[in-house]
Design a binder for this molecule. Structure first.
Ligand SMILES: [Zn+2]
Length: 428
């Protein structure tokens, strides 16, 4: 394989350095490295990060290829600077057997744009009644370590306890979509001032917080590890902070949209803002940013949820929940966390690459940018600022809440084990 010299890149936002890639590996990092025999990429002060890792992506295949496929989803991922994504299990059929997770894993291998690590369902058919074949999925070629019924909450405490006990045996983790189902029946948006004014069914913060409180206590009781998906309320932050101070093995994620958008946007009745968990208040947004900065929230995860336009371009009540996120995540994080002074680029690398890779055990990802490491890298033009144009998305879906919105930062290059998947903003 060929050599590539990335010249003058601010590695993790530090002083400009050269990074030499040979084959699939970083051969050297330093200044004034020889370009002999190498293709040169002039980084020109752009920021070089380890390839991003998304612990929470919906790739929709098998079953909803009209909204996304593994191929289009991994192309979207590479466009957004990702080199590994974890694919949620709520496909058709559900990824609740070794057969389905191996199918998704193989499709990922064939795509060549991004590593795909399937997440296995916790319960059969996401029905919450019977544990799925967690051991068989772990033993399969896909080597599943993260299990989630995401889209639905594992609301039965006994099932949750058993799942935590089961994955403990092989060091896996259960990722909980915290939503008490009875408290959110008919819920259309965050419960608060705006929902009262609009007369839409409210989704109370306590529906999320009560499940998180229960699950951190269950994790402590069992001595297992739990991961909380898409934290959206200030109260959830408080519970996770308390659990961590108590030594409970809990990790948590926040989505880019929950770091930027509030329920005030629902006043437009534009279903592009309909998402699960719902957009919350300004106070929640500020608490989430602070928690991501201080490490209470471990990672940013996109919850990339593609939907075809017929499922989103309809009245609010009938619209599907979710937003695409892979191609805008880094820009939103720059806008909300870096440009506000809450995180530096090393902090972004930590929250979007190192830690998600560690939580999901994504081998070869989330590694330091240093000699001998796999060349999974992304180059970001942080000086760029421009309006989001969904027409240019690689994703099959367009349901972004940022259409026309100016955001900073643009991923120009992505390398997966030394192979360029994105060059000058174009997929290879
Ligand atoms: Zn979810």
């Amino acid at each position: 394989m060929s050599k590539t010299l990335i010249r003058g890149a601010k590695v993790l936002g530090g002083e400009p350095q050269d990074v030499l890639i040979d084959g699939g590996t970083i051969e050297a990092v330093g200044t004034g490295l020889s370009a002999e025999g190498a293709e040169v990429v002039e980084a020109d002060g752009k920021v070089l990060l380890p390839g991003l890792v998304d612990l929470h992506t919906h790739l929709r295949e098998p079953g909803r290829e009209d909204s996304e496929t593994v191929l289009t989803g991994t192309r979207a991922a590479a466009s957004g600077g990702y080199t590994a994504v974890f694919a949620m299990a709520n496909t058709f059929p559900v990824a609740d057997t070794a057969g389905v997770v191996e199918q998704v894993w193989r499709l990922g291998q064939e795509s060549g744009y991004c590593d795909v690590q399937p997440i296995g369902a916790v319960t059969v058919g996401l029905e919450g009644r019977k544990l799925a074949e967690l051991g068989a999925m772990h033993e399969s070629a896909a080597g599943v370590t993260v299990f989630s019924d995401d889209g639905k909450c594992v609301d039965d405490a006994v099932i949750m306890r058993r799942a935590l006990e089961y994955v403990k045996a092989f060091g896996g983790v259960v990722a909980q979509h915290a939503q008490e189902p009875r408290l959110t029946e008919g819920a259309q948006m965050n419960e608060g001032v705006v929902s009262a004014e609009l007369g839409l069914g409210g989704w109370p913060a306590v529906a999320e917080e009560s499940i998180i409180a229960r699950d951190v206590l269950l994790a402590e009781h069992v001595g297992s590890r739990v991961h909380i998906c898409h934290l959206s309320t200030a109260g959830s932050v408080e519970i996770v902070r308390w659990a961590k101070s108590r030594g409970i093995d809990v990790t948590a994620e926040v989505t880019p949209h929950h770091l930027l958008l509030t329920d005030e946007l629902v006043r437009s009745y534009n279903p592009v803002y309909k998402v699960n968990p719902p957009l919350r208040t300004e106070r929640d947004v500020m608490a989430l940013r602070e928690a991501l900065a201080d490490g209470t929230i471990d990672i940013v995860a996109t919850d990339h949820a593609p939907h075809p336009h017929e499922d989103k371009d309809c009245e609010w009540a009938a619209a599907a929940m979710g937003m695409v996120g892979l191609e805008t995540a880094l820009s939103v994080v720059q806008e909300t966390m870096v440009d506000t002074g809450l995180l530096d680029w090393a902090g972004v690398a930590d929250r979007m690459s190192f830690k998600p890779a560690r939580i999901g055990q994504a081998t070869g990802h989330g590694r330091p940018v240093s000699a001998g490491e796999p060349a999974n890298l992304t180059l970001v033009d942080t000086a760029y600022r421009g309006a989001v144009d969904p027409a240019g998305f690689a994703s099959r879906s367009r349901n972004t809440p940022y259409e026309g919105r100016e955001l900073p930062g643009r991923v120009t290059h992505t390398w997966l084990r030394g192979k360029a998947t994105l060059v000058d903003g174009k997929l290879t």
